[in-house]
Design a protein around this ligand. Structure first.
Ligand SMILES: [Zn+2]
Length: 318
């Protein structure tokens, strides 16, 4: 009788594992382009259709897969200060070749795939890598804009790289491109399953580092919007670390089109933990002398993510 594999294949660690969540509302301070497809010489942005009670509306969208791609690149291109190279070059891990090794700080959480034995060149050394699959334990959600403002279309010109050539090929090529309008708000969510705090460091680093780089082409970049939370301007940001999911998830319904409603819903869910309305920016719940749920809000959540991001720099990059 053939033996059935029952283990997950994930190596045991000496550090405890938890689930982690990040919830945030992002704002683009300028128009944003994330290419989706080209139609009749127009580079389109991605939109989604949403059925409301009496209508179907179209909204701009930063799809979770696009955000995931920018985050992975932020790790692959992270600078190693002592050697002048980038993390992905040191690991031999990039796009499209992901190394898929369980000890790779990128693939361990973002996942990786080698479909057949592949020879790679890592810092001048040849290395053979076997077919490997590592399933990501980080998932991305949200991204549907709150305001139902349709994308704008602008005329652009692809300018030549030469000033003079003896032919006509340096004529600027006109094309049209859609943009998400400025000031759109995008609620986004990252969830990590059964990761160690050290593994989560890469997630925190990538989430914060990618904010300035979300978008394709230029301009790009977003920030976490700030609103009043416990009478103080704070980022609309929640970080959970837990064994038991005891908080309400501050997920905004895509059917909501009013900023005030969306912010109120976010704050209401963010301040609800296991039946209690919390009034502090850090809350923990214990059972049998073990912390089973911790929620950080606003500035506390930002500082917590920054601590994990700094941990990534000191343990992986330096
Ligand atoms: Zn890797």
């Amino acid at each position: 009788m053939a033996a059935i594999q029952t283990n997950s294949g994930l190596p045991q660690t000496d550090q405890p594992r938890y689930h982690f969540d990040i919830y945030a509302i992002l704002e683009a301070p300028q128009e944003l382009y994330f290419g989706h497809e080209t139609q009749v010489n127009v580079n389109m942005v991605e939109t989604v259709k949403i059925a409301t009670d009496d209508d179907v509306i179209e909204k701009c969208y930063i799809s979770p897969t696009k955000r995931r791609g920018v985050e992975r690149r932020s790790l692959i291109w992270a600078p190693l200060p002592s050697s002048g190279i980038l993390l992905g070059d040191k690991l031999g891990c990039g796009i499209p070749h992901t190394c898929a090794q369980p000890d790779c700080p990128i693939c361990a959480v973002y996942g990786g795939l080698i479909t057949s034995t592949t020879e790679v060149d890592v810092l001048g050394k040849k290395e053979s890598r076997k077919a490997t699959t590592t399933i990501g334990r980080l998932v991305h959600g949200g991204g549907v804009a709150i305001q139902p403002i349709e994308a704008s279309e602008k005329q652009r010109a692809m300018h030549p790289s030469a000033i003079h050539r003896d032919d006509s090929s340096i004529t600027p090529m006109p094309f049209k491109r859609q943009y998400n309008e400025p000031a759109l708000l995008y609620p986004v969510y990252n969830h990590c399953m059964s990761v160690t705090e050290q593994e989560f460091q890469a997630v925190a680093y990538a989430f914060l580092d990618s904010l300035a780089r979300l978008g394709a082409g230029n301009p790009k970049g977003v920030h976490i919007i700030e609103k009043s939370l416990f009478n103080v301007q704070q980022p609309l940001l929640v970080v959970d670390c837990y064994l038991a999911p005891l908080g309400k998830r501050p997920v905004i319904s895509p059917a909501i089109t009013q900023i005030e409603t969306a912010v109120a819903d976010f704050v209401s869910a963010a301040t609800w933990v296991h039946g209690q309305t919390i009034a502090t920016t850090t809350s923990t719940i214990e059972r049998d002398k073990r912390t089973v749920f911790t929620r950080w809000l606003g500035n506390d959540a930002l500082v917590k993510l920054q601590e994990y991001a700094t941990g990534f720099v000191t343990t992986v990059l330096i």
